[in-house]
Ligand binder design. Sequence first.
Ligand code: ADP
Length: 542
Amino acid sequence: MQGLMQDWQLTCDRVITHAKINHPDREIISRQVSGAITRTTYGEVYDRARLLSSALVKRGIKLGDRVGTMAWNNARHLEVWYGLLGIAAIYHTLNPRLFPQQLKYIANHAGDRMIFTDLTFVPTLEAVQDDLTSVETFVIMCDRDEMPKTRLRNAICYEDLIAEGDGDVRWGDFDENTACGLCYTSGTTGNPKGVLYSHRSNMLMGMTAAMGGAMNVTGSDVCLMVVPMFHANAWALAFTAPMVGMKMVMPGPFMDGKSIYELLEGEKCTFSAAVPTVWLMLLNYLEENKKKLPHLDRVLIGGSACPRAIMETFDKDYGVQVIHAWGMTETSPLGTVSHIEPEIADLPYEEQLSYRLKQGKPPLIVEMKIVDDDGNDLPRDGVVSGVLKVRGPAISKAYFGGEGGEILDAGGWFDTGDVASIDPLGFMQITDRSKDVIKSGGEWISSIDLENAAMDHPSAAECAVIGLPHPKWDERPLLIVVLKAGKKAKAKDFTKFLIGKIAKWWMPDDVVFVDELPHGPTGKVSKLELREQFKGYKLPTA
Ligand code: ADP
């Protein structure tokens, strides 16, 4: 027997329509490329997204077409997403930090028909446009008086394109499994692979992210959306925020400590989400300038492991709760969230912190398990670690264009490429990416744990650990440190500091100091590049 409920397809155009009807005057604040701050509302974003949709239809954009965006977080970028998905065209976020070669590969592989770009990236696109075979038109997301002289093919000012529209367009009215957005993983191995979100997966993830056990947001929150829209589906915030009607603050290209602080304070933000690097810059700025954060209530940290120092400093010095989350492009992206649940609520601070620093528990729509190399399920004892696999309605079942072939096992599980343990309370902890794990004497050393322990050293600004070849042990850890400005330290200071904080045999065989670490396109330390840099490096123990 079938239920007698209505057929109401979960298509994402409904999100901005809902915001238009129920939260029309709630603001969206953008820092533009020029540095100027502009304000709009959900009501206006809806109206302009519809104008854009109708203009796109007139220009022949239709269901299933891919359209690239190379843009910062700003209200226009949001309008473009909704303008596209309303007519079942597909927003394809291009990460501007990619190398030109990768950028060309991705845009061609996706078959982007148009590219919307912020002023910042006009030169980047001019340099590669001859190799972008499918792109017919470039749209520059700026005011008319900012329109640059450009060689970009059929370049048009965003405002002129909007003016071509009349808003008379049909939105929605297609199957909820229709493709909605496309985001390529950074492709640390092989070519980047396209993750193709559906309307249904975005709706489910948007709602999931809002839940109490996840970001825990409502219309009373003000969200500083630092995580770029080109990073892993903007961590669902482009859907979650209008769903609950929270005011959105978009930092544009300015993610340094001072700029982030100004927006947090100026707009009285209560919630924010970003990778650890951003928070490190903010915390340094706050410390140096003796500032406080009276409005900020909680921050979501993900993308790479949250260092203990960040969580503790937010807790103790600023009264801001850190929510640690794990996810990946393929998981839409929220996979797990670490919350203070009743079982850990009354634990002494240090003990509680050890749980909060784990990656946490999955929401309803994510199933999770760890397996050994032969695919056998491993126990949830918090000790054994294995390959982390996930399953759910907002998790990839294949890559765009069939790239990479079959990616699920016989049970429908997706291999995350992460190595993790799960404790008896259900908290998952990432010990490493399978390709970063250090194999020493047949045992595994977690580079993440080592990095976190080293990051607690008061002079450390950023740390990374990689495995280097060793004649006896196969691989041994090398600790690479960037010191805080004005600080001095020797290798011995770090090894001494680590005694008692890590297993004895995990002790790095050497510590080197560098001015900066290489970062990948999503702001994470690039281990690939580090391994390349230290290729011939000989450990003193080798
Ligand atoms: P990429 O970094 O390859 O572009 P993603 O942005 O999708 O791809 O990153 C996903 C990966 O980032 C995860 O598989 C995991 O290794 C890492 N990651 C994400 N969040 C966390 C976290 N909270 N702790 C540790 N690792 C994390």
